[in-house]
Design a protein around this ligand. Structure first.
Ligand code: 5GP
Ligand code: ZN
Length: 120
């Protein structure tokens, strides 16, 4: 088994996982942490992240595929707790052209309003 990836000292989301940076945590599992986005784009906007540092979803899929499943399962738990029975959107911005700004993989959970399509 590959060794656990080390936290990156200069990574904001690693620092949220370690508790060095405060966040409004709404859900935790052994492999994931979910917290409210600081700049919400919908009535519910939660980020679900792996505890281990991986730069994006593709890297996470390659290194720890089961944790990608854990992110989606955690998102479903968050959506249920937030009363998003009518539906919600999951977003994995990957790369700068897709507006990824934090390079620690994170799954956006958005809901509580109708979501336009196609996305902007
Ligand atoms: P991205 O644009 O990389 O897909 O998403 C990064 C998200 O992280 C953005 O929606 C942004 O608002 C959120 N974010 C950035 N800094 C912080 C922070 O310090 N705390 C929290 N809770 N969210 C943050
Ligand atoms: Zn990180």
């Amino acid at each position: 088994m590959a060794p656990d990836p080390a936290p990156h000292e200069d990574c904001l989301f690693c620092r949220i996982v370690s508790g060095d940076v405060p966040a409004d945590v709404v859900h935790e599992t052994p492999t994931t942490v979910a917290f409210r986005d600081i700049e919400p784009q919908a009535p519910t906007h939660v980020l679900v992240i792996p505890r281990h540092h991986q730069p994006d979803a593709a890297a996470l899929a390659a290194a720890e595929p089961t944790v990608l499943v854990d992110l989606v399962a955690a998102a479903a738990s968050v959506a249920a707790a937030e009363g998003l029975g009518d539906g919600y959107r999951l977003v994995l911005n990957t790369g700068p052209a897709a507006h990824q700004t934090v390079f620690h993989a994170h799954l956006h959970v958005l809901g509580g309003r109708s979501m336009g399509w196609p996305p902007g």
